[in-house]
Design a protein around this ligand. Structure first.
Ligand SMILES: [Fe+2]
Length: 262
């Protein structure tokens, strides 16, 4: 089956699937909508990246399939555990692969593309991409990771600005105005911090600043500059906390290279 035909069949299935959970209460419905909207926007981001990277129609459709299914495990995760915190519930990417198998969603793709989509989903939320991936799978894993971050930034900033009032975004983190030493040390050493070490919302914000080092394409960096994501996150951090301003300035100079940043 052609890749864009598979995509066209999966799009209505996605909405039908979300609406198929029995008796969702108001909290479940609200969080399902959060992820439905996130998925649609990750689709927009990935189309932008695909266009900028001059992917052909079949590759663009494959990228869109990755975007549509990357968080398919989030719905069952929230329904069963009432949280989006993987460390206290389950790895939502692994659960997504179970949903994909249960519904045999990728049957219309050839074997290579089927395995590519599965690997891209499995790798979308890992701290690092599996080093053993073959070139094409690695490329699509990088695409979905960038597209996902580009929308998560938008969502968390809307939450920090109190435009989105849904505390599930905060994944249960404390509002203490401190930074966890282990998280800060990891970030200063140039590593993305481990989710299991996050304790405060400040940890989460600093990690989102550090995501800039984990982007894979120049056009993703360009979007971060245009949208001023780092500046917006920093506005919601206490610059007086030890090391925070220096860390932010380093990330900004990486983002802008040698140009002046305003
Ligand atoms: Fe995800």
């Amino acid at each position: 089956m052609k890749t864009d035909t598979v995509l066209a069949k999966l799009q209505p299935w996605f909405h039908h699937y979300i609406d198929s959970f029995p008796d969702p209460d108001a909290d479940v419905r609200r969080n399902f909508e959060l992820k439905r909207t996130h998925t649609a926007r990750v689709g927009e981001e990935i189309r932008f990246l695909a266009q900028r990277l001059r992917l052909d129609a079949a590759e663009t459709a494959l990228a869109e399939i990755c975007a549509l299914l990357h968080d398919i495990g989030r719905f069952e995760q929230y329904y069963r555990f009432r949280t989006f915190m993987d460390p206290v519930s389950t790895d939502h990417a692994a659960l997504g692969l179970e949903v994909i198998d249960r519904h045999d969603l990728l049957w219309g793709l050839n074997e290579a593309d089927r395995s590519l989509v599965r690997e891209a989903i499995a790798n979308h939320n890992r701290r690092d991409i599996d080093s053993g991936l073959e070139r094409r799978t690695r490329f699509f894993s990088r695409l979905i990771r960038d597209a996902d971050k580009l929308d998560i930034w938008k969502l968390v900033i809307a939450y920090y600005n109190e435009e989105v009032k849904n505390d599930a975004v905060r994944i249960g983190l404390s509002l203490d105005n401190t930074v966890t030493a282990k998280v800060f040390d990891d970030l200063m050493a140039g590593r993305i911090a481990g989710k299991e070490d996050f304790r405060t919302l400040n940890d989460f914000k600093l990690n989102q600043i550090a995501w800039v080092y984990d982007l894979n394409f120049n056009c993703s960096l360009e979007r971060v500059r245009e949208r001023r994501y780092l500046q917006d996150i920093f506005r919601h951090l206490d610059g007086g906390l030890p090391g925070v301003t220096g860390f932010y300035c380093r990330a900004l100079s990486f983002l802008y290279g040698n140009s002046t940043f305003a």
